[in-house]
Design a protein around this ligand. Structure first.
Ligand code: SF4
Ligand code: SF4
Length: 100
């Protein structure tokens, strides 16, 4: 069961421009990503917005597999700062989960 926790998104927003709520799940990023299906920004963003920290932890390999190449971002119809959002989520995981 997913536990919703709004402190996660508040924390992400306090660290930088976290604009994942602009994503409307069109799938363009997934279609263009050179890493392919192992990374699904729209799914990661939904879990972050819900504050489903456990789901983010389960997907940490996926989150850290992003190349930050911004190919998705350049073509996102909503102009979501995908790589920046992923960086913020990585920072959160590093500190809160991995203790780095
Ligand atoms: S391309 Fe942009 S709007 Fe479409 S799913 Fe990806 S992040 Fe969301
Ligand atoms: S920034 Fe990450 S999610 Fe976007 S296309 Fe590059 S590897 Fe894929």
């Amino acid at each position: 069961m997913i536990k919703v926790n709004d402190s996660v998104v508040r924390e992400l927003r306090s660290r930088g421009r976290f604009d994942a709520s602009k994503c409307f799940s069109c799938g363009t990023c997934t279609a263009l990503c050179p890493v392919g299906l192992p990374i699904l920004p729209r799914e990661i963003f939904r879990y972050a917005l819900l504050g489903a920290q456990e789901e983010l932890i389960k997907r940490q390999d996926e989150i850290f597999s992003c190349l930050l190449c911004r190919m998705c971002e350049e073509n996102c119809p909503e102009g979501v700062g995908i790589s920046g959002n992923i960086r913020l989520i990585r920072g959160l995981l590093n500190e809160k989960v991995l203790g780095l």
